[in-house]
Design a binder for this molecule. Structure first.
Ligand SMILES: Nc1nc2c(ncn2[C@@H]2O[C@H](COP(=O)(O)OP(=O)(O)O)[C@@H](O)[C@H]2O)c(=O)[nH]1
Ligand SMILES: [Mg+2]
Length: 405
């Protein structure tokens, strides 16, 4: 059976590998939260691996959908041109505009007309793997009335007949509870997108309220962020990078980040290194700590609310290991998902991860990942950050993300 992946970490796991054919999945958003990027991402994943997609647009022109998708860094137009992406325009008719789309519904206020057009579109690609995106359920209710929901049982039959996976976008405006219940019953899976206020800032979460094919409900909330370009990412608002003076924390934050800043004086970090990492579907804000002991009083504060910790150590300087452990304790790393980045691993005299584990007496559940620099600035330049090896950095994040989620 074909599974349609979102490529959003955790969400695919919640969905047991992805969305199923012959089912309806609803991306159910609180007003103010964008749900289209979830659908775009799912659609692009499917198109890129050669599947077909029918996009029913009822709230904007298909050219606008294409432009929005481009904005996230993907190219949907090429798939429309080769014919694997098909638009059903149920919008232009609402505003008395012309349409250049292959499937155009003049009488877009009549849900039966949409059903007929959908069947026509599906007939043409009957033997293909396909998803149908409906943008959106809320527009349908707003324009065609609540009774139009009855029509959706026919759509479900079409999905069954043509082996299609239906994906509906829905924004929970203040509708009658009967309407909401109808949608809940009709959906095989519901992904909820909510905002939760946390210490004055609003954070967006996705969670699962129903997955018929694995019986899951009310999963944990996973914070997400929509990057432009990039799409939907699992968001880790705070990852701490700590470790002794000179171990390579600034090098780590700078090398891993798409844009990093540090506040330096005479080459020594006196305040924070701050950086941002976009990798493997995650969007992470990195916070580096200063290494010198005189900053110890603030370490506990910096560590507060961190979701995980990367401890950078100098593998060739075993004398600094005691200090590294001290910093792990002070920054409250113990108990949080934690990875040791054993930096300077290709420097002469560096210790292996096994020797480091023994020397530091680190528990088995704290992974130690060797990291080396590709290039090191000349000594004349003073204490300049080195460029750490990308693959090594990815190893550190891969291991950490696994322990985090
Ligand atoms: N040879 C080598 N030098 C490194 C490596 N990582 C960092 N350095 C150098 O070590 C010094 C300290 O690095 P920095 O990132 O400033 O350490 P911090 O004090 O922990 O922020 C700098 O001169 C870096 O260029 C590495 O993997 N190998
Ligand atoms: Mg530094």
């Amino acid at each position: 059976m074909e599974l349609y992946k979102t490529s959003i970490p955790k969400l695919d796991e919640f969905l047991d590998g992805g969305i199923r054919p012959k089912t309806i999945t609803v991306f159910w958003a609180t007003p103010g939260i964008e749900n289209t990027p979830f659908a775009y991402q799912l659609m692009m994943e499917s198109l890129e691996r050669g599947d077909y997609c029918v996009y029913i647009t009822q709230s904007k022109k298909s050219s606008t959908v294409e432009k929005e998708i481009e904005h996230y860094g993907w190219n949907a137009t090429q798939y429309r041109k080769v014919g694997t992406l098909k638009f059903i325009d149920a919008y232009s008719g609402l505003i008395n505009a012309d349409s250049a789309d292959e499937f155009y519904i003049k009488d877009a206020r009549n849900p039966k007309a949409i059903t007929e057009m959908l069947e026509k579109a599906l007939e043409g690609i009957a033997d293909k793997n396909k998803i149908v995106i409906f943008d959106s359920l809320s527009t349908l209710i707003d324009h065609c009335g609540e009774e139009s929901l009855e029509e959706l049982s026919k759509w479900k039959k079409l999905f069954e007949k043509y082996n299609a996976a239906g994906v509906f976008l829905f924004i929970e405006w203040p509708y009658d509870s009967k309407v909401l219940n109808k949608i809940k019953l009709m959906a095989d899976a519901i992904v909820c997108l909510k905002a939760i206020e946390e210490k004055v800032i609003l954070r967006e979460y996705f969670t699962i309220s129903k997955v018929a094919w694995n019986g899951k409900n009310e999963g944990v909330g996973i914070p997400f962020k929509i990057s432009v370009p990039g799409g939907v990412k699992v968001y880790i608002p705070k990852l701490l990078v700590t470790g002794p003076y000179n171990a390579g924390k600034s090098s780590f934050v700078h090398s891993a980040s798409t844009g990093a800043v540090s506040v330096d004086r005479l080459g020594t970090t006196i305040a924070l290194d701050h950086g941002h990492v976009d990798y493997a579907g995650f969007s992470v804000d990195l916070f580096g700590t200063p290494g010198q002991e005189r900053f110890d009083p603030i370490l506990g504060l910096l560590g507060g609310e961190a979701l995980g910790v990367i401890v950078v150590i100098d593998s060739a300087d075993p004398d600094s290991f005691v200090r590294a452990k001290e910093m792990m304790e002070r920054s409250k790393s113990v108990g949080l998902p934690c990875v040791v980045a054993a930096n300077k691993a290709n420097v002469k005299g560096s210790l292996s991860p096994e020797d480091i584990r023994k020397k530091m007496r680190l528990p088995k559940d704290i992974p130690i990942i060797p990291v080396s620099a590709d290039s090191v600035p000349s000594k004349e330049k003073g204490k300049e950050p080195a460029k750490l090896n990308e693959e090594d950095l990815h190893n550190v994040f891969d291991v950490l993300f696994k322990t985090l989620m």
